[in-house]
Write a protein that binds this ligand. Structure first.
Ligand SMILES: Cc1cc2nc3c(=O)[nH]c(=O)nc-3n(C[C@H](O)[C@H](O)[C@H](O)COP(=O)(O)OP(=O)(O)OC[C@H]3O[C@@H](n4cnc5c(N)ncnc54)[C@H](O)[C@@H]3O)c2cc1C
Length: 581
């Protein structure tokens, strides 16, 4: 449905707010047995027939377009007051429809850590992906362990277009070993090492939550999906019993000034509006830090101090090298007719450069060297990294540097994947938690649901984060100085003589990997630590759960979309166990 005026009945069993990554999974699982009426309310547009979404190489074309919310951070103090773009999917499938498609389930200790932080052993290591053959059908022996993969509907595969970098990177990892050792399959429980990248791609096209979970079930008579419709508030329709209100009503609008329509849910409302939308909607509905709500004259339903706190993302830096190459992909970015030919090839038989995201076919997840921050490792455990490097066969325009008009390039993307810009200041020095909170925040800009919230990820707000990025830059230099790279690398695009120069460059040029999480995090029991309990129920009310990346109790040290799918699959089981006899 394209308008709320098309809804003929305003009463459902379940209402899912947001038809994004997690919301699409819930829509599917909750409507599966046909006995419950489910409504999905999506603010954004339809995902069908949008070329930048479907063709993997064209993915970045979706940023800053009509399928992107186009959020921007406030000026970042530790980045010379630069503002950082924060894209999010404004479309069915949500961010899974516009992301870079890298597929990491996380190490087993990411999941064990979720279980520890929520005091719920149910959050354990599990599998949800199905591996399909790469588009070029190449022999993948030694690049992936098929038995480590499950049978969920999202199609995942290795790259379908080999690049000259692939054998150099994997060969270097095998010869250098140590921190850079070769890892046959990063999705088999241990992420550490250098591997071939798996993507949420099947048969040369993006596999998103919309294509895998939502579109195939749109015919179900007990499911309604309405797009172009923004939820502006959730509330209780009758007085609280035992002081605990039951949230059962969703207010929806097309525009800031347009009429509000109310829909009720007899069983549950599930908030899956993503890391920015969910926290904003909670606060607009009176669930949030008391002082923040009172400042905006919003009646307090629940004083929930963690709403909008602990926002954290992975800082990203593009490291460029001038290389000897005839195949690096910037020729496609510079010349429209080459791009057209490659698109023609993709349309004809789903082969060629367009079948992969330009994100690179190989990546490494590394621990910091032991002497960088001795005895301090904020990651989830020994199989989770501090640093990621992604090797891209061309110039990735990620950050303020524009594509030079000539020359061939390699980009090595580096990221800090265990950032500490999320903690209390002293929490990692001793067990004495301090009140000095240094994590990122999301707060309201106004009470208008159509205004963007104020987003402050506080990138590089700790010494650990900036020094880890400097280490990552030096790790790249170490890796590419091995003999396998001789004759290929001409020179680094930017030369550094010391770590101070590296740190300044990182602060000046970093963006994020778009992995924001944590604004409504999960906490143990019923206490005020955390917005939701380990079953993802909002503390202090009945009838409302949150299922999306905002509930992660710690940022996973990997690309987080697969974590959202797994989270939503388990949430569906939890909800079904309460309501499905
Ligand atoms: C540009 C980009 C690149 C990324 N690259 C990768 C990658 O390569 N690999 C990886 O693993 N992860 C990647 N990620 C991260 C990953 O995609 C997200 O973490 C994940 O998809 C989040 O899922 P979600 O369900 O929490 O939110 P989303 O998928 O963002 O879903 C939220 C949905 O709610 C809707 N919504 C919001 N507010 C409202 C409202 N008020 N009313 C109605 N609907 C609303 C939104 O329109 C959206 O559809 C990337 C993200 C982005 C943005």
């Amino acid at each position: 449905l394209t308008s709320i005026s098309e809804l003929d009945d305003l009463k459902y069993d379940f209402v899912v707010i947001g038809g994004g990554t997690a919301g699409s999974v819930l829509a599917n699982r909750l409507s599966e047995d046909g006995r419950h009426k489910v409504l999905v309310v999506e603010a954004g547009v339809d995902n069908a027939n949008i070329q930048d979404i479907i063709v993997p190489f064209l993915g970045p074309g979706a940023f800053n377009s009509l399928v992107d919310w186009n959020f921007t951070s406030i000026p970042q103090t530790e980045m010379f007051n630069r503002t950082i773009p924060l894209p999010r999917g404004f479309v069915l499938g949500g961010s899974s429809s516009i992301n870079f498609m890298t597929w990491n389930r996380g190490s087993d200790d990411v999941w064990d850590n979720f279980a520890r932080l929520s005091n719920d052993s149910g959050w354990s290591w599990d599998s949800v992906s199905r591996l399909t053959p790469p588009s070029d059908g190449h022999n993948t022996t030694g690049e992936v362990i098929p038995s480590a993969h499950g049978n969920g509907p999202v199609l995942t595969s290795l790259s379908g277009f080999a690049t000259e970098l692939d054998p150099i990177v994997s060969g270097t990892a095998r010869s250098i070993g140590g921190r850079f050792k070769y890892n046959e399959d990063p999705n088999a429980g241990d992420m550490i090492g250098t591997s071939f990248v798996q993507n949420s791609i099947g048969h040369g096209a993006r596999s998103s939550a919309a294509t895998a979970y939502l579109v195939p079930i749109l015919h179900r008579p007990n499911l309604d999906v309405v797009i172009h419709s923004r939820v502006t508030k959730v509330r209780a329709s009758y007085p609280a019993q035992n002081d605990i209100p039951t949230i059962d009503t969703v207010e929806i609008a097309h525009s800031a000034t347009g009429p509000r329509i109310e829909v009720t849910a007899s069983r549950e409302i599930i908030l899956s509006a993503g890391v920015f939308g969910t926290a904003q909607l909670l606060m607009l509905s009176g669930v949030g830090p008391k002082e923040e709500l009172e400042k905006r004259h919003i009646p307090v339903v629940v004083d929930s101090p963690d709403v909008g706190k602990h926002l954290v993302d992975h800082p990203l830096l593009a490291n460029y090298f001038v290389v000897n190459s005839n195949t690096s992909f910037e020729r496609v970015l510079r010349n429209g007719s080459i791009a057209e030919d490659l698109l023609g090839q993709w349309e004809a038989n789903r082969t060629g450069l367009m079948v992969d995201p330009a994100a690179g076919n190989t990546a490494a997840f590394l621990k910091n060297p032991a002497d960088l921050f001795p005895k301090f490792d904020p990651s989830s455990g020994p199989k989770s990294a501090n640093i990621e490097m992604i090797f891209c066969n061309g110039f990735e325009p990620l950050g303020p540097t524009s594509l030079p008009s000539n020359g061939s390039f390699m980009t090595v993307i580096t990221a800090v994947v265990s950032p500490t810009s999320r903690m209390n200041l002293f929490s990692f020095i001793s067990d004495n938690f301090s009140d000095v909170f240094i994590g990122g925040t999301l707060t309201l800009n106004s009470t208008n649901p159509f205004d963007s919230p104020v987003i402050d990820p506080r990138l590089y707000s700790t010494e650990f984060d900036i020094q880890t990025m400097v280490q990552a830059m030096k790790d790249v230099d170490t890796f590419v100085s091995e003999s396998a790279w001789e004759g290929y690398i001409v020179r680094p695009f930017v030369e550094f003589s010391n770590d101070e120069e590296r740190a300044i460059y990182a602060r000046n040029n970093s963006i994020t990997v778009n992995h924001s999480v944590g604004t409504a995090r999960m906490g143990p029991g019923d206490g005020t630590d955390g917005v939701v309990d380990s079953s993802l129920r909002v503390k202090g009310v009945n009838g409302l759960r949150i299922v999306d990346a905002s509930v992660y109790p710690q940022i996973p040290e990997n690309h987080p979309q697969a974590v959202a799918y797994i989270l939503a699959e388990r949430a569906s089981d939890l909800i079904r166990s309460c309501h499905f006899e």
